[in-house]
Design a protein around this ligand. Structure first.
Ligand code: PMT
Length: 409
């Protein structure tokens, strides 16, 4: 809940501005008060009247309004809130924020504030992936601006890709993460989580990979961060937004994933949820392999990839106190997972059935069994986020001490 929290919502000019109306409703429903700043371009998409009616407060637009200034100066406006939320954050406004401009009320308030800022970008996919926007976002991140989204999907401009504004519920969740002091039992703990597939190059345009979406691994990283852990997420190529409140390192191959996982340094917790390719191509071709008429298909020689989970589980001073692996099986699920836990040397293994009929790969739900030295726990079918929250809570419990069964491990 956000009871008593004051949000200054800055609505700039993008088609996603319609979702900001719903955002105001959701925030108010959770007990927050919302005051809105609407840019000139924003007012082309939503009216001040709608925002005023939903927020039950006046809407600020004009930097040179004598009435506004006498009622609430723009400096006070920028500080009389617990959090500034920019939704939608257009490419233009992000660029002006990065450049420190103060050429309208929204930019001025953002420059003058001493409060945390959360931005929900929304723009055409090419604008989002443009080097200029990437550099602006990087600059803002370094200055402490938090981001939620953008998400990938079909866009109003008939293109597809990252650029859709995060949904109101996702923005509310990000706001709650920033504003609501939670129980943070993993504060002071460091974690590395691997997620998503790897890609092993055959040539510059072809690769070996699998159907992992990263949903399960990303949810675990977010759940650990929610409980206060300092998390590095090492992600293969996925179509998901980087979860807020943690560090995401993007990799392609298993070797890169291993290097990034080790580079995360001394961690207390490692969770290997990535679907790492077991084999890599020994000699990836430098140029695109050509199909020649009448010639047999090329022979692709494979070699084993390094095993990240087994490497992290190796005994020694660097070993995380708790290493959790996953076992993706299509038969003899629990028996194979028990054997895998011992062979790889991890402490716990989360077994999931990845037969196509289960929809585990890429789907929204998962049915898992948590296997440790003390036995096997069968969990009900849950949303991947709930599997993640439950696993993170178990990890927190492991570190906070008591459970006798675990102490026996
Ligand atoms: O990404 P989603 O679409 O949400 O799907 C989630 C998932 C099914 C990918 C996930 O829940 C899962 O099961 N991840 C592990 C997939 C896997 O590679 O399982 P495995 O049984 O082949 O490997 C066992 C363990 O060794 C895993 O922890 C894996 O990360 C690790 N491994 C495997 C090979 C390798 N070279 N290095 C590794 O670290």
């Amino acid at each position: 809940m956000l009871n008593g929290k004051r949000i200054l919502l800055i609505v700039s000019g993008g088609i996603a501005a319609y979702k900001s109306l719903e955002l105001v409703r959701r925030l108010r429903g959770r007990g927050a008060s919302v005051r809105c700043v609407l840019t000139g371009a924003g007012a082309r998409f939503v009216t001040p009247l709608s925002l005023q009616a939903l927020s039950e407060d006046r809407v600020y637009s004009d930097m040179f309004s004598l009435t506004d200034e006498s009622e609430m100066g723009h400096i006070q406006l920028s500080r009389d809130a617990d959090l500034l939320v920019v939704a939608p954050a257009t490419a233009n406004l992000l660029a002006r924020m990065a450049a420190g401009m103060a050429d309208d009320l929204a930019a001025t308030v953002l420059l003058a504030t001493d409060k945390p800022v959360l931005a929900a970008p929304a723009m055409n996919v090419r604008m989002w992936t443009h080097a200029a926007t990437a550099a602006n976002v990087e600059t803002l991140r370094k200055r402490g601006v938090a981001f939620v989204g953008p998400n990938e999907g079909a866009m109003a401009c008939n293109e597809f890709g990252p650029g859709r504004m995060a949904e109101p519920d996702e923005i509310v969740a990000a706001i709650e993460t920033m504003l609501v002091p939670r129980q943070r039992p993993l504060a002071g703990k460091r974690a590395v989580v691997t997620s998503g597939p790897t890609r092993e190059a055959i040539d510059p345009v072809r690769y070996i990979s699998n159907h992992s979406s990263g949903k399960q691994g990303h949810a675990i990283a977010a759940a650990l961060a929610k409980l206060g852990a300092d998390v590095t997420l090492v992600s293969g190529p996925v179509a998901l937004a980087d979860p807020p409140g943690l560090r995401t390192v993007k990799v392609e191959s298993a070797e890169e994933m291993l290097r990034a996982s080790l580079a995360a340094g001394n961690v207390d917790i490692a969770v290997c949820a990535a679907a790492v390719a077991d084999w890599k191509v020994v000699h990836p071709a430098a140029g695109k392999m050509k199909k020649k008429a009448g010639a047999p298909p090329p022979q692709i020689e494979l070699a084993p990839n390094p095993d990240i989970l087994a490497t992290l589980s190796r005994p020694g001073p660097q070993r995380p106190a708790l290493v959790v692996g996953f076992a993706a099986e299509t038969e003899n699920l629990v028996a194979n997972a028990i054997e895998k836990r011992q062979r790889k040397g991890c402490d716990w293994i989360v077994a999931n059935d990845v037969s196509p009929s289960t929809g585990t790969f890429g789907g929204e739900r998962n049915t898992v069994h948590l296997i440790s030295a003390s036995g096997v726990e069968d969990w009900p079918t849950l949303a991947k986020e709930d599997v993640a929250l439950r696993l993170a809570a178990r990890i927190a419990l492991h570190f906070s001490g008591p459970p006798k069964a675990e102490a026996a491990e």
